[in-house]
Every structure is written in C-alpha cells, then in structure tokens.
Design a protein. Structure first.
Length: 333
C-alpha cells in the first residue's frame, strides 16, 4: 500500500471503531477520541471524572469493537501488588509439588484500573513495569504481556479521604490524561432513553487485534518534519519554570515541567491526528490539538497557582502561545 492508502485505511478503521463505541457511549466525543488515540499510539490513558459517566462501559465497548480481552481491577486500600500482577502458588500433581505462577488481572489486552488512586503507592507501583515494559516480574521470573496492551485508569477528582495521589513517576507513564466532562441535558436524555428501556445496545466487532497492531505500525511511519519536532520541544520547554525557554506563566506557577515523555506524547499524538486528516505528515496544528491531554498531568504547580486559580491547562496554553511567539531556530534532531 502507498502512504495515501495507508492513511485512508487508518482513518476508516479508526472511524469504524469510534462509530461502534458511540452506539453505547452518548456524547463524550473528545473522551472516546482520546482513548482511541492512546490505543493507536501504544499508550495508556488516565480518565478523570465523576462516577457514573460511562468510563467502565467505554472500556467494555472498545474491547467488543476490536475483539480484545479485558479485565477490570477495582482498586481498594487493602489491595496488595500480587492482587494485580499475580503470584507464585504451591501446586501438586503426580510429579510432586512445585511452585507455579498464577497470572493476575493485569494479563489481558485492555485493563480498566478503576479508582487507581484508592490503592496504596506500593500497589500502584505494581503497574509500572507492566505499563512501561509490557512485562511482570514475579519470583525472579519475567513474564511477558500479550500485545496489544493498554491500561485505562480512572480517578475521582473530588474525593480526598482514603485516596493516595498518583506519584509523578506513575503519572508520567500515562500517554494522555483526559478530563471526562459532565453530560449535557440532551446527552443525559439519550442516556436515560438507552438505559431505562427494554432494548439493550451493545458494540459489535468491527476490527481485530491485528488491525490494532497494524494501526500502531502505521502511526510509527508518519513523517514529522524537523520544524514540527522542534515546535513540540519548544512547547515542552515552555512548561519548565527554570529553563531558558520557559513561558512567563510557568516561571510564576510551576514547580516542575513536562518530562521527555511529554514530547514523545506530543509527537505520537500529532501523528495520529495527521492520519485522521488523511495526511502522512504531522503539523504544528496537530501538536497544538494534542498538547493539553498530553501535558496536563506532567506539570506540577505551586501553592500560588492554587491560590490564583491557575490549573495545568492554562500553563500548557501559555507554553503553546510562547512557542508560537518564539522565533527560535529549529533544533537539530
């Protein structure tokens, strides 16, 4: 296939999956698109929103649409790491006794880590190796996870009692952080119509796991020109309070800025958006479009920001404006 045909196939497959998920998820277009961008980019997604907004149903519908296995992990303060990754148990048969590894719920394609901030940091850290290296180590033995693999974690933004904020190292492993909004009156009417009637609507398979792997390969092949790469770097550098390219808002309100993974997320997300417009080259507009969900969870704010009502989205927007206004030479990469 030519690059044009590959881009067209990608967009058709992406839209088919999105349309199928939309049969069960009312509204939430940006949320659904962000999750699909994460799936196509080989990235994990953190969903932040109030209970009852369809986050669990979204994972279930996505798994049905692409025929992937899925597990849900309901995190609680008393969970242990082995409850996530699995553990070695003593088994016996005709040959005698031996230790064998019993896989935990992390061994699947799509993992819904529900209310991940209710687990202790020790249990949260059990996800790190799986998310970064697609493997789990238990008893000194490394167990590979089957691809495609994706973690979708949820957290409630308003509850504080009995929760443990995710450490920066784990937040950085999420490709995107998507804020799930409350539904509009019209969307809520559709939700009630679909969920309180006699007809049950479910997503059906429109793609396969091989299609998902092919989509990921196509994303990797999208061209990113040097000026676009340099622009993504400028946006990331603008979030650092002490860097030479810091934007004024970041100097005032940020404790730390985005890691290099933020720049990777900008570029990979821009590649997906380019394909959705049937282009095989990413643009600065694509970088701008993906910047907020890619960087908002990678920026730490100080107390002055909280007092002045400044959130990370405002810092990202300021970094974008600063990069737009700058006239720096492209960085050689």
């Amino acid at each position: 296939m030519s690059a044009v045909q590959e881009a067209a196939w990608f967009r058709q497959t992406f839209e088919a999956i999105r349309a199928e998920v939309a049969k069960t998820i009312v509204g939430q277009k940006e949320t659904v698109e962000g999750v699909l961008i994460g799936l196509a980019s080989h990235g994990h997604v953190l969903l932040e929103g109030m209970p009852g907004l369809g986050k669990t149903l979204l994972v279930k519908s996505l798994a049905q649409a692409v025929s992937l296995d899925t597990n849900r992990i309901q995190f609680t303060p008393d969970m242990m790491p082995a409850d996530v990754t699995g553990t070695n148990v003593l088994a016996s048969d005709e040959a005698g006794r031996r230790f064998e590894f019993r896989k935990g719920p992390i061994f699947t394609n799509l993992v819904l880590a529900d209310e991940i901030n209710r687990a202790t940091p020790k249990t949260q850290s059990a996800m790190l190796e799986a998310m970064q290296e697609l493997a789990v180590t238990s008893g000194g033995v490394r167990h590979k996870l089957e691809e495609p693999f994706m973690v979708m974690a949820t957290q409630n933004p308003i509850e504080q009692e009995g929760t443990y904020p995710l450490p920066e190292a784990q937040l950085d492993r999420f490709f995107l952080k998507i804020v799930v909004p409350q539904p509009s009156k019209q969307d809520l009417l559709q939700v009630l119509t679909r969920t309180t009637g006699s007809q049950v609507v479910q997503a059906t398979q429109v793609a396969s796991r091989d299609d998902v792997l092919r989509m990921r390969q196509i994303v990797r092949e999208v061209v990113v020109a040097e000026p676009v790469m340099s622009y993504a770097i400028d946006v990331v550098m603008g979030t650092h309070p002490d860097g030479a390219g810091a934007c004024p808002l970041s100097r005032t309100y940020s404790r730390y800025g985005s890691s290099p993974r933020g720049a990777q997320a900008l570029v990979m997300g821009a590649k997906v958006l380019a394909l959705l417009h049937e282009r095989f080259n990413a643009s600065k507009d694509d970088v701008r479009s993906i910047a907020r969900p890619a960087l908002r969870h990678r920026i730490g704010l100080n107390y002055q920001a909280e007092a002045d009502g400044v959130d990370t989205d405002k810092v990202v927007e300021a970094a974008i404006a600063h990069a737009d206004a700058g006239d720096r030479d492209p960085i050689k990469v």
